[in-house]
Design a protein around this ligand. Structure first.
Ligand code: CP
Ligand code: NVA
Length: 339
């Protein structure tokens, strides 16, 4: 009997049940242990994996590459400048060609429709490595990191502060709602999640018992938080919006006052960030922002980024283990009849 995941694409969290997401989190924890103990796990021996990137990436690209290699598969990077997709060839035609040669396809880009069409026309599992709407592979790593730190996802209050209508906020709200984690999105009203995303999350929360809160009130939103999470104020493709976002989001920066306002201490509080993060001026963008706006840090201060609460590098490593779990479960002919 095949796994219930076999042949399935991983396009958005909403397509998976609580039990399925929990299974992927636990499978990722298991694969992490196998890797640490040097126990081989070549569930995808001989398979070929296409890695399509319209947008840049460090973690997602590295994670898919290493995970594919560890699973015995061959990854092939196909960047936006390297292939015909969108310029000379339609998504449907590209998907049919890639699907006839590769066993699985990762796609990172702008449009959710493109990743959905790749899945529709390729006939092989497609994994969403981030679109403007969702970042689902990141979710398995993020809630895996929460589970590693707290031992369980029960009774966790998870506060995301910052741009509340980007891919990360959307994915966290919906995934937390499915998993029964109490999710809060703390953002100015102009940057709160779209009505459809909130309604989707509310539907899942009814079943899971998750309490959801969307607010612009920082004190209310962060009080009692076990997880404080943020993301960049300007996502890929929105680089003309720095001035307006800095103006709107400065009060929503994760800094030591915000950490204190949770009322929680070490052991009861972690800080996460999907990365990359603007916490100093040691990047081109960081320098530009300093020159134009006089800021040395944006969504998270360097102090908190380097504090014992901060688990973002553990979280980044977990991208690899969780992407490995997603690829193995959907392509590895594993025996997972029911979760
Ligand atoms: N978090 C994340 O997706 O990082 P990259 O953009 O480096 O892949
Ligand atoms: N919201 C960010 C996430 C990066 C991992 C972006 O889309 O650029």
């Amino acid at each position: 009997m095949n796994s219930i995941f076999q042949g399935k694409s991983f396009l958005a969290e909403k397509d998976f049940s609580q039990a399925e997401l929990l299974h992927l989190i636990d499978f990722a924890l298991h694969l992490k242990e196998l890797k640490q103990k040097n126990i081989p796990h070549q569930y995808l021996a001989g398979k070929n994996i296409a890695l399509l990137f319209e947008k840049t990436s460090t973690r997602t690209r590295a994670a898919f590459t290493v995970a594919a290699n560890d699973l015995g598969a061959h990854p092939e990077f196909l960047g936006a400048q390297d292939i015909q997709l969108g310029k000379k060839e339609s998504v449907a035609d590209t998907a049919q060609v890639l699907g006839s040669m590769f066993d699985g396809i990762e796609f990172r880009g702008f449009s959710q429709q493109v990743v959905a069409d790749l899945a529709k026309y390729s006939g092989v599992p497609v994994w969403n490595g981030l679109t403007d709407l969702w970042h689902p592979t990141q979710m398995i790593a993020d809630f895996m990191t929460v589970k590693e730190n707290f031992g369980s996802l029960a009774d966790i209050t998870f506060t995301y502060v910052g741009d509340g209508r980007n891919n990360m906020a959307n994915s966290l709200l919906v995934t937390g709602a499915i998993l029964g984690v109490h999710m809060r999105i703390v953002s100015p009203q102009s940057l709160q999640p779209a009505k459809e995303v909130v309604e989707l999350a509310q539907g899942f929360a009814k079943d899971s018992g998750a309490q959801l809160l969307i607010t612009d009130d920082i004190q209310t939103g962060v009080k009692g938080a076990n997880v404080l999470y943020t993301d960049v104020w300007v996502s890929m493709g929105e680089e003309d919006k720095f001035a307006e976002r800095i103006e709107a989001l400065q009060p929503y920066q994760i800094n030591s006052e915000m950490v204190a306002a949770t009322g929680n201490q070490g052991g009861n509080l972690i800080v996460l960030h999907c990365l990359p993060a603007f916490h100093d001026t040691q990047t081109e963008y960081g320098q530009k922002i300093f020159n134009e706006f006089g800021l040395t840090e944006m969504e998270i201060t360097d102090e908190v980024f380097n504090s014992p609460f901060a688990k973002q590098f553990e979280q980044a490593e977990n991208r690899m283990h969780s992407i490995k779990a997603i690829m193995a479960a959907t392509l590895g002919n594993l025996f997972i009849p029911k979760v």
